[in-house]
Structure formats: structure tokens, C-alpha cells
Write a protein that binds this ligand. Structure first.
Ligand code: UDP
Length: 327
């Protein structure tokens, strides 16, 4: 299938692009390189441009005879979304509306959308199922939820077939640790701890140690990026038979921040400074997924359920690429 991968030069998008190629699909990466890395795109066609540009997006869809679109081009920083909500509504909602309109105009119906556990806000139930109440507590989560609803209503017209994948904590580096996280600035826990272990930062800060969890730090469900990508492939194949799909993607096992820090210590063999600071606003104490729907309906299986393997892949990527993709 010819698949347009919006944000295919980014972290999850570049892993997806590689997986699509390996499965005989023809991905076309569409990325404005505002955050992504050209070097992360290796075997796919690359188009530099913006999915918020209606006319250009139609041209790309038509020229490349695109049959499905995967969308990884959202802004993802919770804190930034609180500071700059309109920027998030513009990139994550308005531009996605334009993308869907361009798809409609070009007659492309299939859409796979990266969503997030942030749509649940402070969940009233753990583990979280797809039916858990959606009540985002920051603009990032709210913009993802808005797109989910937009897809829902657009698909009711019969002109869109979509799958929404709600990621828990995406991490690790895919494809023999060749495609890892390189965000600037970095805000995610595992790469930050690794930077501390590599001596690239003075310490790792624990945001809150008074949560109602076994060791007082937040519990998250860490899921390897290659396992995430596999679920997209399965959801894409199922769009022929099912026009509206929503799945949680996680391992269903939670780790505290301290456990993740210990795991990086073990994998790296390095000591580094850990500093306890106050809570980060908007952090729910525990987020773990019930991903049985993806397992049962899509037949999704994870290859990297152990945190240690995930961290090993991230450590390998970061030590091999100490300056990221160097672009
Ligand atoms: N965290 C932390 N120190 C950091 C970065 C993150 O203690 O420097 C915590 C954060 O509060 C959360 C967990 O690590 O409980 C995972 O955070 P991340 O930003 O990686 O992902 P999120 O859960 O926000 O999607």
C-alpha cells in the first residue's frame, strides 16, 4: 500500500516508516522537519512540506497515489501546550482538519492517528480501558481528543475509515536501536536519565516523591516504539473491514520513576545524581493500560515487554549517537 507518513522523520514516525518498508508497503514521508530529522528517513521517499498546506497536501496525495495516511506530526509537550495552547490547537487540531479535508478532496479514506493516554486525564479507573472516561487536563490531551472526535464524525459520513491508537509511554529505539528519541529539548524520562548516565546532564530530577504509589513516584506503562509501530500495521490492515477503531497500546505493567532510574543504572553500569523536586503539574499518579482489545482484536503481540530490554535499546541508540541525528 502507498502510505503517507506525516511526521515520518520523527521518533515514532521513522520507526513506522521502517516497519512499513519491511512489510512491503511503500511509505512516503511527509515532514516539514521542524522537529524531525532527515537522517531518520532512510528507505522511503521524502517530501518536505506541511500537512497544514491544503493545496500542497492534495498534490502530494494525488501525485504519489496515496491509499492511506498515518499521522505522527503532532506537538507532544504537555508543559509547552499549557504555555502555548493556541499553537497546539493550530498544529494538532486545525492542521489535522486541513489534512482530513485534503484527504477527502483527494478521495483518500484510510487514516491511522497517533493519540495518547493523555485523553483520559486523571483516570477514574486503573488499568485504563478504551471506555474509561475521557477528561483531558491539558491542551495537549485535549487537542488529541478533539481530533479523535473529528475523525469519529467524519467517518459517520462514510468518507473516512480511521484507527486511533492511544499510546502510553512510548520509548526505546527500534530496528536494532537505530531509530531512537532525539527531541530538542528533551523532556521524556528515559532519554533524560540516559543523558545523566552519559554525563551529559548534571542529574536527573524526580518530579514528585509523595504520590500514593509504592515508592511515592509516578507509575507509567512504558512501551517499546517498535511494538507500537506493529499495532499500526495491524490496524491499517483492518481498516478494510472496520471503519472506526480505537485501541490502547501499552504493556499493562507499571514502573515507578525510581524503578526506571534503577533500570538505567543497571543497564548502563553508571552512577549519577538523582534529585527529588516537586510534582510536575498535570501528572496523574498512575497510568497503566488495559490493552487487551488490541491483543484480542488486532492480534497484537509485544516483542519487548521487559523494561530492561527497552532501556537497553535506548542506551545503545544514545551511546552510538551521543548528539542524536546530528542535524
Ligand atoms: N519525570 C521525572 N523527571 C523528568 C522527566 C519525567 O520524574 O525529568 C516523570 C514524570 O513526572 C512522569 C514520568 O517521569 O511521572 C514520565 O514522564 P514523561 O515526560 O517521560 O512521559 P509522560 O508520562 O508525561 O507522558
Amino acid at each position: 500500500m502507498k502510505v503517507l507518513v506525516c511526521g515520518g522523520a520523527g521518533y515514532i514516525g521513522s520507526n513506522m516508516t521502517e516497519l512499513l518498508s519491511r512489510h512491503g508497503h511503500s511509505p512516503v514521508v511527509f515532514d516539514n522537519l521542524s522537529k524531525g530529522h532527515r537522517a531518520a528517513v532512510q528507505k522511503a521517499e521524502f517530501v518536505q512540506g506541511d500537512f497544514g498546506d491544503f493545496d500542497f497536501t492534495i498534490e502530494v496525495l494525488k501525485k504519489h497515489k496515496i491509499e492511506a495516511v498515518m499521522h505522527f506530526a503532532a506537538f507532544i509537550e504537555v508543559g509547552e501546550s499549557v504555555d502555548q495552547p493556541l499553537r497546539y490547537y493550530d498544529n494538532n487540531v486545525s492542521k489535522t482538519r486541513t489534512l482530513l479535508a485534503a484527504m477527502e478532496a483527494a478521495g483518500v479514506q484510510k487514516f491511522v492517528f497517533s493519540s495518547t493516554a493523555a485523553v483520559y486525564g486523571m483516570p477514574d479507573q486503573i488499568p485504563i480501558t478504551e471506555d474509561t472516561t475521557k477528561c483531558p487536563i491539558n491542551p495537549y490531551g485535549e487537542t488529541k481528543w478533539a481530533v479523535e472526535r473529528m475523525c469519529h464524525f467524519q467517518s459517520q459520513t462514510g468518507r473516512l475509515r480511521y484507527a486511533v491508537l492511544r499510546y502510553f509511554n512510548a520509548c526505546g529505539a527500534g530496528f536494532n536501536a537505530t531509530r531512537g528519541e532525539d527531541h530538542k529539548p528533551e523532556s521524556h524520562l528515559i532519554p533524560l536519565i540516559i543523558q545523566a548516565a552519559m554525563g551529559k546532564r548534571d542529574n536527573i530530577k524526580i518530579f514528585g516523591s509523595d504520590y500514593p504509589t509504592p515508592d511515592g513516584t509516578c507509575v507509567r506503562d512504558y512501551i517499546h516504539v517498535e511494538d507500537l509501530a506493529k499495532a499500526h500495521l495491524l490496524a491499517l490492515a483492518r481498516l478494510d473491514s472496520e471503519a472506526q477503531q480505537v485501541y490502547n497500546l501499552g504493556n499493562g505493567k507499571g514502573y515507578t520513576v525510581r524503578q526506571v532510574i534503577d533500570c538505567v543504572r543497571k543497564v548502563s553500569g553508571k552512577e549519577f545524581k538523582v534529585v527529588e523536586v516537586g510534582r510536575r503539574p498535570g501528572d496523574p499518579p498512575v497510568l497503566t493500560a488495559d490493552a487487551s482489545k488490541a491483543r484480542n482484536i488486532l492480534g497484537w503481540k509485544t516483542d519487548y515487554p521487559e523494561l530492561e530490554k527497552i532501556v537497553e535499546s535506548a542506551w545503545t541508540f544514545h551511546t552510538a549517537n551521543p548528539n542524536g541525528y546530528n542535524d
